[in-house]
Write a protein that binds this ligand. Sequence first.
Ligand code: ADP
Ligand code: MG
Length: 479
Amino acid sequence: MSFALLGLIDALLRNLQALKYQTPTPVQTKAIPAVLGGKDVMAAAQTGTGKTAGFALPLLQRLVQSGPPVASNRVRVLVLVPTRELAEQVLQSFVEYGQGLDVRLMTAYGGVSINPQMMKLRKGVDVLVATPGRLLDLHRQNAVRFDQVQTLVLDEADRMLDLGFSRELDAVFAALPAQRQTLLFSATFTDDIRTMAASILRSPVNISVSQPNATASKIKQWVVTVDKKDKPELFLHLVAENKWDHALVFVKTREGVEYLAAMMEREGYAVDTIHGDKPQPARLRALERFKSGNVRLLVATDVAARGLDIDDLPLVINVDLPIVAQDYVHRIGRTGRAGASGVAVSLVCADEAPQLAAIEALIQQTLPREEEPGFEAEHRVPQTSATRQIIKKPKKPKKPKVLQAASGAAVPGQKPRQQGAGNKRNANGRVAAAGKGTGSSRAKPSATQKPGGKPAGKPGSGPRKPVGKGRSAPGKRPA
Ligand code: ADP
Ligand code: MG
């Protein structure tokens, strides 16, 4: 299959050649003709399989081939994304794929001044890539009108349609012309989201090019079990020991991100952070520095989990597991992109067994486990499996009691805790854990205090080994 056979025009084919895209990926092969044909599309394909070009190429073509030129304060193609960083990246893709075409492209997101965005909209834009909140602000101020919108794209559609965004999205949907093309792209879709999606699509072409919710097969994944309080210290130890020198690191909370980054900085690592409390220019700068290699460890919340395409990123480390299982697929999908290989390591403590079980059920794999000598968990992480079971709840060794047990705790034969128990939905409808993130445990890094613990190697000492291969004995990996 070639891009030419998919019906793309020469100008686009030349750009693809310049980008060294030789053959369309499976999702592109299916999506491009459907989008060119004006159909609604719901496409599920693994992370890193080129979904952006799957909608950007045919939409650019439709823009240059059809329709009246865009009027002032109007938009022809509206792309909604969950994060500001992703907005910039998707715009960049439109710029690259659309070199030499006469199209006006722009982004609009919050955290930066609205005035330049209003100015730019005055002439009208062909493609607007936006986050929903800022888009609505612009709409309320009449800086953007939707009557010329011919296509709506929801990238990371499941995230866009989940409860956290639904109120804003409903307001956008209500303002859009009913006659339009709607495209949904994501790597993960829950059944609820599919149902919800069906209500905004008209006889859609359903594209599913891999097992739903699958992770790229070239990503090697494992789990290191550890006590919650020891996570920061274990992280530091693993980074030093394995000479992991280029990694995206996920932590559950903003405070946890800052705590871990400060610790690594003190140890002499080139670190930066991305999370919701940071000013937008600093967020974008951190990502740029990480992409250019000036920063080797980027520590982030799930704001960096979706869609970001970082060339040759070898490693993703989850210092905390995500609350929502789908986010695991997205996080680790930052590595192993476009057919490359990658490594994803998750530090898991006993509290996180329900999340681990949910992740394993989602990806249909039981993740191999490891323990790091000196960091063995005192609170054992219950066994889990891809059948979504927590096989055994850990029981604290009990001293024989003379008195009769007064409470119902630890009744023999008691059912293991349900997945998600103890989690609450917050005001956004996103599930939030009852517990706190890593940083809140405020464990002091103290490698030397560990009985039998290996002292953490000096950062940067010793010969450099490629990430993922630097682990001492490959045979050590559990089967
Ligand atoms: P997704 O949205 O599916 O996660 P992206 O659209 O971000 O994936 O693309 C992932 C990477 O693959 C990008 O670096 C992109 O440049 C590259 N890519 C996309 N399509 C092709 C192709 N047909 N041939 C080669 N590389 C491609
Ligand atoms: Mg994407």
